[in-house]
Design a protein around this ligand. Structure first.
Ligand code: GLY
Length: 422
């Protein structure tokens, strides 16, 4: 099988690595990819947001499967065009991708499916902002009603900070979504979805704030671990049966059947799981930890999903143990990151014993040096018999990587997690 992977981050690096482990995969082409992915796949340039360009590339490389990593091309309907051109595509249609692209659409689908989520209001006029803020709090959740790579979300107990963020979004012409705050630890559950067939992967937890102890602003994600020792098996079943399956069925009923990866982000509160958000693609950085534990042929699972045969294939098998991923970020991230700094100690191949070094925002200078080229620069994944060993391995590997001005969280997978009890 020849697989074309669209995207350029550490998530796509993890996808490519898992695809290369599947013996049915004869070649992987990644576009645009990054220098780390380039060690495993042929790299091609493409405008990811251009349906025509992606179709032309799939034709040129004679792809047997096209995997679209990021949300932006999916929301723009790139998968529709590639599918219409006759290629099996792992990724939902533009209509189904609205589950991530429009928070208002997602809320409507969840209400119809009877899924618990935060109470919310959309504000699109600055004159309505203050009165709307008064109906929320004491913790305000202020979101951009569109795609913002996690950075459009402010969660704060400071009404002025909530107001400033809402006003800034409105000034940029973005409608603002205000939500009630959902208490309890967060879970990311990725499910392969093909119409009404739902196959969960391992549950994971992301760490979205930039600093240790969940301090500082939100980021695209600073680290993650899987599976979740504190999550009861029955809660996982409840998420699949009472959250993901009803939403998948509701999308089918609306004529927007989902095909690809449906990502449920939930908070596990006193009353059980409640949805924080749905995304229409693999999450970053959770995927890097989840796929490190996959013990099944990955291309087969994606191809079966893309061709409407997910119900026919064996459920994914998982290695025992745990995996964590720690993000190495550039100076000043999540603000405007400093780029162009030389990275040393990242190694040549992604796999190094029980650790992986995945590239996110990296580039290659003319003299061949590996340099930082984005906010999140590298992901170091550790796999171990348990979470403690996975952490130890990841942080030891990370200590051998040097990037001036860089920072990372030291507490990924280390915080005591408890589900609030009523
Ligand atoms: N882990 C956050 C995201 O992928 O949106």
């Amino acid at each position: 099988m020849r697989v074309l992977v669209i995207g350029s981050g550490a998530r796509e690096h993890a996808l490519v690595l898992a695809l290369r482990r599947d013996p049915s995969v004869t070649a992987v082409v990644a576009a645009p990819g990054n220098p780390g992915i380039g060690q495993l796949a042929e790299l091609r340039q493409v405008d990811q947001t251009s349906a025509e360009a992606v179709v032309a590339l799939a034709t040129d490389v004679a792809a047997d499967l096209v995997v679209i990593g990021p949300e932006v091309p999916l929301v723009l309907g790139v998968a529709d065009a590639v599918r219409a051109a006759g290629f099996p595509v792992f990724g939902p249609s533009g209509a189904a991708a609205r589950i991530e692209g429009s928070k208002a659409f997602a809320k409507d689908v969840m209400a119809a499916a009877g899924v618990r989520t935060a109470h919310s209001e959309i504000v699109d006029n600055p004159a309505d902002l203050d009165a709307a803020l008064d109906r929320f709090g004491p913790t305000w959740v202020v979101k951009d009603d569109g795609l913002a790579a996690g950075k459009g979300v402010v969660v704060t107990d400071d009404r002025r900070a909530a107001r400033d963020h809402g006003a800034e979004l409105l000034e940029q012409g973005h409608p603002v979504l205000l939500e009630s705050f959902l208490d309890g630890p967060e879970v990311s559950l990725f499910c392969l979805v093909d119409g009404e067939t739902v196959v969960p992967l391992l549950p994971a937890q992301d760490h979205k704030r930039v600093g240790d102890g969940d301090s500082g602003p939100n980021t695209g994600g600073m680290g993650a671990y899987a599976p979740l020792p504190w999550l009861p098996a029955e809660t996982l079943t409840e998420i699949v049966e009472d959250v993901v399956k009803p939403v998948a069925a509701e999308l089918v009923a609306r004529g927007s059947s989902f095909s690809g990866l449906l990502y449920a982000g939930l908070a596990i509160g006193v009353a059980g799981p409640a949805v924080v958000e749905f995304n229409c693609r693999f999450g970053d950085p959770e995927t890097q930890a989840v796929l490190a534990l996959l013990d099944s042929p990955f291309a087969e699972l994606l191809h079966a999903t893309a061709t409407g045969r997910l119900a026919e294939v064996e459920a994914p098998r998982w290695k025992d143990g745990s995996a964590i991923t720690v993000v190495l970020a550039a100076e000043n991230y999540p603000g405007r990151p400093r780029v162009g700094d030389v990275i040393s100690g990242a190694g040549e191949g992604a796999v190094d014993g029980d650790t992986l070094v995945l590239h996110a925002g990296t580039g290659q200078r003319e003299d061949g040096a590996l340099v930082s080229a984005g906010g999140r620069v590298l992901n170091v994944v550790g796999v171990g018999a348990d979470l403690a060993q996975a952490r130890e391995r990841a942080y030891e590997r990370l200590s051998r990587i040097k990037l001036p001005g860089s920072h990372f969280r030291t507490d990924i997978g280390a915080t005591e997690v408890t589900i609030p009890q009523g």
